[in-house]
Design a protein around this ligand. Structure first.
Ligand code: ADP
Ligand code: MG
Length: 455
């Protein structure tokens, strides 16, 4: 195939994709893909970043392109996606690249363009993948509102929460949504750290004009983790001006941070006030039900099925933030895949031993027996004895019930801790379940025991 026909065929394929695909990201990326010469019918496409390469493969767009290409030229075989070596290098080092020496008089490289690529957006961070519950429903609704309306509803939208509760996820979701529904809008997402880096770099190259042009030409600007610029005076100053310029032009700004605007330390008063002028929304820690939902959704994204009891166990034990919860799930899944072992409570405990220790000491049947005996002023031996008087039999059943509900021990294991068999445990659990509804004193005692054991 000559270079010319290769290019012509690629253009024809691109036209079809532009007409038929509703994946805005894919369509926009087409311009950055170049066909490289093909031998014996196999076409190589060059893409500028590894991220794009993986994303295209993941969505099986290489196969789609191959199909479309066959319409143009039946002799064309499979399509491979290759990296353009030089551009990848620039991108990979962008986030932490050292500032070039000032004597370097070359104009600033075209790094700005990279900012508008989706390289920094996680494809999984979409609205669809965001689990909503009371603690975050307001943030979710506000983010959706901003993403769905073409005009500015509140400016800025200021999201804050402690770490790992979904701020970045929501910002990426806004970006994806706008890019899909309104690709003409220029959305720029970046961390405050990167904003500062870009700014310092512009100063270094004596190119603040381009910097300002760039930031003031966007329709939607999102700055993540704005607390990063606390104490950084020049960057704040620049951010303040960018902020005002965009607000004046009616452009949307979205900011995230680890605290409310007024609580930010080391930020100029006027900038705080400005950031507090829009809608300030905080995200609260997740509930148990949300954690279950999140784990189910993440397991589905990982393409694995995780047993319900393992999901419940993780949701109960790892409550601090969603990032840790997800990290724990990933470890469990990775371990199972690596060892070809099943995912169950036992392997889960084993894999996560280190972090579970931090959360709480595991409660044992022995702890429960001791707590119950102390509570009812009984001897430990009485609980294991065969004595049937109610004064002892009832606490014994309560200890069995607690063992079933607060540990992951099996019924036979609990049975042997009480010198009984598992049917006795089943009977005890049923009895207490029933009594709990009728006997308020017993229910209160159980609740207190549970609380003491967890403390
Ligand atoms: P933050 O920016 O607030 O520190 P992130 O947005 O990075 O937190 O969230 C950390 C991880 O938790 C991400 O993988 C994100 O997808 C996940 N996550 C947080 N909240 C939710 C939620 N409500 N539904 C699904 N995933 C969530
Ligand atoms: Mg974040």
């Amino acid at each position: 195939m000559t270079e010319n026909t290769l290019q012509e065929q690629w253009s024809a394929v691109c036209d079809r994709i532009r007409n038929e695909s509703n994946d805005g990201v894919f369509v926009r990326w087409l311009d950055q893909i170049t066909p490289a010469c093909a031998e014996t019918g196999a076409v190589a496409l060059q893409v500028p970043t590894r991220f794009m390469q993986e994303w295209l493969k993941e969505k099986q767009y290489d196969a789609l392109i191959a199909d479309l290409w066959k319409n143009e030229n039946p002799a064309v075989g499979p399509i491979s996606l290759k990296l353009q070596p030089h551009k990848e290098a620039v991108l990979e080092k962008t986030p932490v690249a050292p500032i070039p020496p000032a004597c370097d008089t070359a104009p600033a490289p075209a790094e700005e363009i990279d900012l508008f690529q989706n390289t920094y957006l996680d494809p999984h961070f979409t609205f669809e993948n965001f689990v909503v519950g009371k603690p975050n429903e307001f943030a979710f609704a506000a983010a959706k509102r901003v993403a769905e309306s073409d005009s500015v509803v509140f400016n800025p939208l200021y999201l804050h929460s402690s770490v790992g509760l979904g701020k970045t996820h929501l910002m990426h979701a806004i970006a994806w949504h706008i890019q899909k529904t309104n690709p003409a809008r220029r959305v720029l997402y970046l961390s405050a750290e990167k904003f500062m880096y870009q700014f310092v770099r512009a100063l270094r190259y004596d190119d603040t004009v381009s910097f300002r042009d760039l930031f003031r030409s966007v329709d939607v600007l999102m700055i993540d983790d704005v607390q990063f610029i606390c104490g950084k005076k020049a960057t704040q100053e620049e951010f303040f001006h960018t902020f005002n310029a965009l607000v004046d032009q009616g452009k949307q700004i979205i900011v995230s941070s680890d605290s409310s605007p007024l609580e930010l330390k080391g930020i100029e008063e006027r900038l705080k006030t400005r950031m507090a002028q829009g809608l300030v929304v905080d995200i609260f820690p997740t509930t148990y039900e949300m954690r279950i939902g999140i784990l189910q959704s993440k397991a589905a994204l990982l393409g694995t099925s995780v047993p319900e009891d393992v999901i419940a166990f993780l949701a109960e034990r790892i409550t601090s933030n969603v990032r840790e919860l997800e990290g724990a799930l990933k470890r469990v899944v990775a371990n199972a895949e690596l060892l070809g072992a099943p995912i169950n409570l036992e392997t889960t405990r084993q894999v996560l031993r280190d972090i579970l220790d931090v959360y709480e000491k595991e409660i044992t049947v022995e702890d429960i027996q001791k707590a119950v005996a102390d509570f009812y002023l009984l001897k430990l031996a009485d609980l294991k004895s065969t004595r049937r008087d109610r004064k002892i039999a009832r606490p014994r059943q309560m200890a069995m019930w607690l063992s079933k509900n607060m540990t992951t021990k099996s019924l036979p294991d609990i049975g042997s801790a009480f010198d009984r068999d598992h049917t006795t445990i089943i009977h005890a659990v049923r009895t207490i379940d029933e009594l709990k509804g009728k006997d308020q004193q017993l229910a209160a005692d159980l609740a207190l025991l549970e609380r003491n054991l967890k403390a």
